[in-house]
Structure formats: structure tokens, C-alpha cells
Design a binder for this molecule. Sequence first.
Ligand code: C5P
Length: 243
Amino acid sequence: MTAASRAEIAGRMMVALDYPDAGQAKGLIERLKGIPCYMKVGMQLFYAAGPDFVRELKEQGYKVFLDLKMHDIPNTVKGGANSITKLGVDMFNVHAAGGSQMMKAAMEGVTEALALANTQTKPMVIAVTQLTSTNQQTLNEDIGIPGTVEEAVVRYARLAQQAGLHGVVASPLEVERIKGQLGAGFVTVTPGIRPAGADVGDQSRVMTPAQAFAQGTDYVVIGRPITAAPDPREAIESIIASV
Ligand code: C5P
């Protein structure tokens, strides 16, 4: 494998920095130094370490996915998207369940921030369709949406595309259907990734990184198989080699 193709694969891997504080996250980043992967900052770390931590990641040259899954009235989401865009992140997300007006408001927040701020990074805005923890029973009985999870996912993905979003977070098992119906250019970001033989943990429907890329996914999100590995660097290197 050439250095260029290794870097290309690394750039499509998002390492989930699911840590309670900046110190522990920095410990992992130090061990992965030099690998040009995406860093995913979710609620746990962001609520503890805040925007300064995100700015530091950007200063170190990382691409950043800010996974805060916004879901609020359109005006509030627009303001949130504006603030997030000014941080210079490369990707962030909102819940498709907030509706098309809310998703359009997120896009407006991005546009306004780019017009005013000195960041040149236009973030990709991605919709959460159905959480991978949602099963058929939760969907039908708790949330009250009829039909299958797959039908709900594709419906929300279409709504996100019509609202001008760039893609969706989805299970790797849904990628083929989403790309088939909405086009190859509609971005998919897929968690639920486990290298062959790895502990599945609380994820139920998993694929290996190679299988997920073979389905046509654009980005894979990998947390514990890297963060909980005895040697995280060796773990990510071997995942890159497996793809
Ligand atoms: O440790 P693991 O590889 O399971 O981590 C998956 C990451 O992807 C976590 O940060 C989790 O919050 C996130 N995620 C997910 N399912 C979704 C959306 C995000 O697992 N539908």
C-alpha cells in the first residue's frame, strides 16, 4: 500500500473520542500522532472539554466531526449551526426528526457564519435518521412511526437531501439502499463497525471496516475497537491495512 492510499483510507476513518475529559482524549491523540484520521467529538467530551478542545484539534490539523445531534426549534438550531461553523469543524449533525424547516435552518446558520466569520471551512451537515439503538418495537410503539426501521431511515434520508443536507449517519447495512435511492454522492457516515473477531459490545448490527467500504460508505466511525485496544496505534494501523 502506498503512503497516499494509506492517508486516503485514514481520512475516511473517524475515531470516536468518547472520553469524559480532555486529558484522556489527548492521551489517545498523542498515541495516534501522525495518522491523518478524522476525529469525532461527541456529547460526552464536548460537554466536558468544550469548544477550546475542538479548536485545538483543528490547530493540530485534524478534520473534526462534531457529533452533537442537534434537535430543537429551527431558530435555535440555526444559531447552533452558526456557532459550530465558526469553530471551523468539517462536519456536524442534526436529527432529521426535527423536520425540513429545522434542517434548512441549520443550512442557513452555516451560510450566515461563513459570510461573517473568518473560517473558510464549509462543514458537511449530516442528518441522524434513526439511531442504531432504535429497533422495530421502539420505532412503532414508543416513537409511533409505522413500518420498518429501514423504511423510516430512507424516508428521513430523502427529507434530509431535499432540505439541502449533505448526507446521513446510518447503519452500514442501510448504505446500499440509501445510495441506491438517493445517489452515490449523498454521503453516508457509518458507526457499528467492528474489525473481524472484535467485541461487538452494545452495537447490534455490525460490519467490518472492509465490508462497510465495500457497501459504498464514505466514512466509518470507530470507537472502542481503537480506544479500548491495548495498543490503539497498532489497532488503527491494522484496520487501515485490512481495507
Ligand atoms: O465504540 P463504538 O465503535 O461502538 O462507537 C461508535 C460511535 O458512534 C459512538 O461515538 C456512538 O455515539 C456513535 N454513534 C453510533 N450510532 C449512531 C450514531 C452515532 O454508534 N447511530
